[in-house]
Unconditional design. Structure first.
Length: 269
């Protein structure tokens, strides 16, 4: 429990799309931090594994009105309804769970038997299936992160907000005689690596954290942002994700909820 607020922690992100340049540093940092395997030829995106992906969006208008932006997409860490997120609700092996203390959707590879029901239930396509055993080039195994286990073939994996960093931060705080973490002690690899400072991470329930001040989530309305520039992906589905996006452009905010502009057709006589 958060002693300051009397509420459970709810870690989340705020990603400013007006700052994102699409450099892909968040993707590289995520792969290095979490021992994400790769193939010699990663052009087949149906077989490649990536916990963080950067998409390019366009407004669909011709030059010179054309506009584009880049959208990083980690796991949205859906809260659903009282922790019943789409993936957690359908997993028959309890290989994924919603942590009520942190708001993070976990993934336990050793419990997963590869039915991929969670992949079908996830509307954000953030879950990846390992079709092969990871093969590391000679010498690269020495660069693997010892705090993250390497997943085997035949299991599903996904972003977990670098939960191992949360465990390390809480252990350090305990040794320092503290029960609560200060802002910035627990950060994800993608947030630290972003050169444009477009990704912020923190406790959405803590009013002193930057993510809460920027997104201004309304707890009485399923965490919907009160900031007019903030939005969440596919919010109409009611998944209550904890990744908030910022954009000053209306067409970007509409694209986040899959709103398609429809043209009026004159009825035939």
């Amino acid at each position: 429990m958060d002693q300051q607020n009397g509420n459970t922690k709810k870690y989340g992100m705020v990603i400013d799309l007006d700052k994102c340049t699409g450099c892909g540093a968040c993707m590289v940092a995520c792969m290095a931090e979490n021992n994400v395997p790769f193939r010699e030829d990663d052009t087949d995106k149906l077989l490649s594994v990536s916990w963080m992906r950067v998409y390019r969006l366009g407004n669909g208008k011709p030059f010179p009105q054309v506009e584009e932006c880049y959208l990083p997409r980690p796991c949205q860490q859906c809260e659903g309804h009282a922790g019943h997120s789409p993936c957690v609700s359908v997993c028959p092996a309890t290989a994924t769970d919603y942590d009520m203390r942190t708001g993070i959707v976990s993934q336990i590879p050793t419990r997963c038997f590869g039915c991929r029901y969670c992949m079908a239930a996830c509307p954000y396509h953030v879950r990846q299936f390992n079709w092969w055993d990871p093969i590391w080039p000679d010498g690269m195994e020495r660069m693997l992160n010892p705090n993250v286990s390497v997943r085997m073939r035949g299991v599903v994996e996904k972003c977990g907000f670098c939960f191992h960093r949360y465990q390390l931060a809480t252990d350090k705080a305990y040794l320092d005689g503290r029960r609560e973490l200060e802002e910035g002690e627990y950060q994800t690899a993608c947030a630290q690596a972003c050169p444009a400072g477009a990704i912020l991470f923190g406790d959405l329930n803590n009013p002193t954290h930057a993510v809460h001040k920027i997104a201004q989530p309304d707890s009485t309305h399923g965490g919907r942002p009160r900031n007019p520039k903030a939005f969440r992906l596919l919010e109409r589905l009611g998944t209550n994700p904890k990744v908030y996006y910022l954009s000053s452009k209306e067409w970007v905010r509409k694209a986040g909820d899959n709103q398609v502009q429809r043209t009026e057709q004159t009825p035939k006589a």
